[in-house]
Write a protein that binds this ligand. Structure first.
Ligand SMILES: *[C@@H]1O[C@H](CO)[C@@H](O)[C@H](O)[C@H]1NC(C)=O
Ligand SMILES: *[C@@H]1O[C@H](CO)[C@@H](O)[C@H](O)[C@H]1NC(C)=O
Length: 478
């Protein structure tokens, strides 16, 4: 570095000595350029000054008398403020510099006894983007034009103030892309401020242009995780650039197992992709009224802009609270915060939400961790329990559990018990009835067995009774 400065200083010294110093001025198109012209010798009498552009004639001229003139094409875009003359400063100001202004300028100051001359090289830098607003996936070219241009190696690119090195220096047609040109497939990553930094003979100049890429701006990246509590409503965002009306908008759920060739899955039953009247046409967000645990997974939103099919992938993560009641201690319970994907979660927090008589909510943080044990289901534990989950950048979401619901659950449990009791009682009655029937059948069987043992006796008894009846009848007749 020191060496560079030394050499540069030496060159400058030599050039000054040779009276042919060329001052480099690098400015951005549209801005103001100041072409320096400073002479050491100042005289009380104002000198004659001529600013001219090589091959193009006079730019601005001042006679000793004080009269000054502009070159025809310059009109009032140039100025040479005479307030600075006393200090020997005859610099020329050019407003709203155009690319065509670039070139060599000469300043000639005619003092009474000597002529001072300075040569300035004006380089105008302009960054242009083509097309002005590209669509994601299409080609975009950012060009840094320097007029007149130094060697192209003297150009460096910065995107949002960070150095940008293009990976594609050679096109598919084997054409080498010059360093002052960036040719890329437009992505949201390329949006922002593009600055071209030009170095020439120790001087540095820069120009900028902003690039915005049309496409899906929300979510800005693929695979964003959207968190929802089971049973709650959730919005799956898909917002295109303002004014961008995508045709054939489509929402799909994708099966997790298909990594490379995703297969469509069923959308949740309460999925709604018809956009609301409050939504602008480029907002293609969808909503799920009531998220189920099985609704988790990958979703894809897409739409066609021109010839580009734009897609955005996202992942729905569903949270729920599982409660378990250890059988021994009926009064206590354990709540567990369950997420279908917890890769982003760094921390869990349990809070107890209570409401006073006015309905004002107050939140009390109880503990950190995935599970919470509630000692006793008592009045003080009533209300809402919420599991908040946090990622690296703050809260991701929460899921709540109602203790009233919990007591309802235990009620259900006791109802279940009584149901069992009913069943047991019913079964017992059935058994008793069956036993009774069996007993009766057995009795009948035994009687029949006894009768069949003595068939003759039966006949005798029968005959005897018949005879008796007959006798009685005849008795009545008599
Ligand atoms: C309820 O609201 C009233 C007035 O709005 C206030 O005076 C009172 O202190 C509140 N009570 C509680 C428990 O916050
Ligand atoms: C849970 O999230 C909802 C929606 O973001 C919020 O309104 C609510 O206050 C949160 N509850 C707790 C206890 O943090």
């Amino acid at each position: 570095m020191l060496l560079t400065y030394f050499i540069f200083g030496l060159i400058t010294f030599l050039m000054t000595g040779a009276q042919c110093e060329v001052t480099e001025v690098l400015v951005e198109a549209g801005s103001q350029a100041i072409l320096p012209c400073k002479s050491d010798s100042s005289s009380p009498n104002p000198p004659a000054i001529v600013w001219s552009q090589a091959n193009k004639g006079t730019v601005w001229r001042r006679q000793k008398s004080g009269l000054h003139y502009w070159g025809a094409i310059w009109s009032h875009r140039v100025r040479c403020p005479h307030s600075q003359f006393e200090r020997g400063d005859y610099s020329l100001q050019i407003n709203n510099v155009r690319e065509a202004d670039g070139g060599v300028y000469t300043c000639q100051v005619q003092h009474r006894d000597h002529l001072f001359e300075n040569v300035v090289m004006l380089r105008v830098i302009k960054v242009s983007v083509s097309p002005a607003v590209p669509t994601t996936g299409s080609d975009v070219t950012i060009t840094c034009n320097v007029t007149p241009g130094p060697s192209e190696d003297s150009v460096q690119w910065k995107l949002n103030n960070s150095p940008f090195v293009s990976q594609t220096r050679i096109t598919s047609q084997r054409v080498v892309i010059p360093k002052n040109v960036v040719k890329e497939k437009a992505t949201m990553k390329l949006t922002g401020n593009w600055t071209c930094v030009v170095y020439s003979k120790g001087k540095e100049g820069r120009a900028s242009a902003s690039l915005s890429v049309k496409g899906i701006i929300q979510p800005p990246k693929d695979n964003k995780k959207v968190y929802a509590a089971m049973g709650s409503a959730v919005t799956l965002p898909c917002v295109f650039s303002p004014g961008l009306n995508a045709s054939e908008p489509l929402w799909e759920k994708l099966k997790a197992s298909y990594l490379f060739n995703p297969a469509p899955d069923h959308l949740p039953p309460s999925f709604s992709q018809s956009f609301l009247s409050s939504q602008v046409p480029w907002d293609r967000s969808a909503s799920v009224e009531e998220v189920g645990f099985g609704d988790e997974g990958k979703y894809r939103c897409s739409g066609t802009i021109g010839e580009q099919r734009l897609t955005r992938y996202m992942q729905l993560v569903v949270a729920k609270i599982d409660s378990t009641t250890p059988s021994k201690k009926k009064a206590s319970m354990t709540l567990t915060c369950q997420l279908t994907d917890e890769s982003e979660v760094t921390e869990y927090e349990w809070v107890h939400v209570t409401y006073d008589l006015n309905g004002t909510q107050s939140v009390e943080s109880i503990q950190n961790g995935k599970t919470l044990s509630i000692g006793k289901v008592s009045d003080e534990n009533w209300g809402e329990w919420a599991c908040r989950f946090y990622g690296k950048e703050g809260i991701l979401g929460n899921v709540t559990y109602n203790v009233q619901l919990m007591s309802g659950l235990s009620g259900k449990k006791s109802a279940g018990l009584s149901h069992n009791t009913t069943a047991v009682v019913g079964l017992s009655i059935l058994l008793v009835v069956l036993l009774l029937i069996l007993a009766q059948m057995y009795k009948n069987h035994q009687r029949r067995k006894r009768i069949f043992q003595y068939p003759a006796l039966e006949t005798i008894v029968h005959t005897i009774s018949n005879e008796r009846e007959e006798r009685e009848r005849s008795h009545v007749k008599e």
